[in-house]
Design a protein around this ligand. Structure first.
Ligand SMILES: C[C@@](CO)(OP(=O)(O)O)[C@H](O)COP(=O)(O)OP(=O)(O)OC[C@H]1O[C@@H](n2ccc(N)nc2=O)[C@H](O)[C@@H]1O
Ligand SMILES: Nc1ncnc2c1ncn2[C@@H]1O[C@H](COP(=O)(O)OP(=O)(O)O)[C@@H](O)[C@H]1O
Length: 287
């Protein structure tokens, strides 16, 4: 067995998320600002030269291995190889809540694409990997590229951005939200005017918001209550289609004081916003 490679698989936040239209195929056109957090899952890849399979050390409860974005990503990139490849065993240390709007599954897929490109020495370009990733999910390309970005289209048209690297308190209300359900809600705002100037950050809460928030607040009282609680300390917002919400603060100590006072029973974490993905920071140390 070869030396295992452990890589981060960070979370993303949608600092704002506007729905600016709908495509003929029903998919919603977005304008969003992505930033990474220095917090996430960790994946460990071990090549198994004697065994050609792609396997998980242990499944994620509730996700069949066939559907797991890690397995799907490894199989997809393996198709780009000319000849036989050594197998791989992948261990997942999951910290990100699933279906939380933090992009955990998409991030796992991107980490797998970059890890296997490196370990299998496939030398595929970032553009090729981002294109491959888009077949797995709309959020995969931003994780492949690893730079905070203004996203358009379904989030795959990316322009690098530089929002302030503040501290975030992220809370996970006790509910799971299905992205498809939110996008199919009748009451969803789908006609926010398209911005023509790309905003570098999302300071003004009256101009930038998450268009899913009203619908999610109505359907999920847990999210509504958590947003009301966090709003006492400053602007609080939903990420993606939820269920996670976040507040931003200038220092770690201020963030931790608010974290300590959170209502009992609610989970979450404190993390720093970063404009270069921790995955890319780690990969840069390897090469
Ligand atoms: C909303 C965002 C924002 O970053 O994040 P999450 O809340 O999932 O983290 C993403 O655009 C999530 O994109 P993606 O990860 O591809 O969504 P999926 O769960 O595959 O989408 C489930 C379903 O939602 C609908 N959908 C999704 C994305 C989109 N732009 N328009 C849509 O209408 C489609 O019906 C799709 O079949
Ligand atoms: N490796 C994975 N990690 C998390 N979720 C996965 C993974 N593979 C497939 N999924 C599926 O993707 C869904 C969305 O998960 P996730 O990306 O964590 O949330 P979100 O898109 O809300 O940010 C999960 O409910 C799960 O069924």
């Amino acid at each position: 067995m070869l030396t295992p490679l452990t890589l981060p698989s960070p979370a993303k936040l949608n600092l704002f998320l506007h729905i600016v239209g709908q495509r003929p195929d029903g998919y919603h056109e977005l304008q969003t600002l992505f930033q990474f957090l220095d917090y996430g899952d960790e994946l460990t890849f071990t090549l198994t030269p004697g065994d050609p399979g792609i396997r998980l050390e242990a499944p994620i409860p509730g996700v069949a291995d066939e559907d797991n974005l890690i397995i799907r990503a490894a199989r997809l990139i393996a198709k780009a190889a000319d000849g036989p490849l050594p197998g791989v065993v992948i261990r997942i240390d999951k910290r990100l809540p699933m279906g939380g709007g933090l992009g955990g599954g998409s991030s796992n897929a991107a980490t797998t694409l970059l890890a296997m490109n490196y370990l299998w020495q496939l030398n595929l370009s970032e553009d090729t990997l981002a294109e491959m990733g888009l077949n797995l999910g709309a959020d995969v390309p931003v994780f492949v590229r690893g730079r905070a970005a203004f996203g358009e289209g379904v989030g795959e048209q990316l322009t690098p951005a530089n929002p302030p690297e503040d501290w975030f308190l992220v809370l996970k209300p006790e509910c799971n939200i299905n992205t498809g359900k939110i996008f199919s809600e009748k009451g969803l705002t789908r006609d926010t005017p398209k911005m023509t100037i790309r905003p570098a950050f999302e300071g003004d809460a009256s101009r930038y918001r998450n268009d899913c928030e009203d619908v999610v607040r109505k359907l999920y009282p847990e999210v509504n209550q958590s947003l009301d609680w966090l709003s006492q300390f400053g602007p609080a917002r939903l990420t993606g289609t939820g269920a996670c919400i976040f507040g931003r603060f200038p220092t770690e100590s201020a963030t931790r004081i608010i974290w300590e006072s959170k209502p009992s029973g609610i989970t979450g974490f404190v993390a720093k916003g970063v404009n270069i993905s921790p995955l890319h920071q780690k990969l840069a140390e390897l090469t």
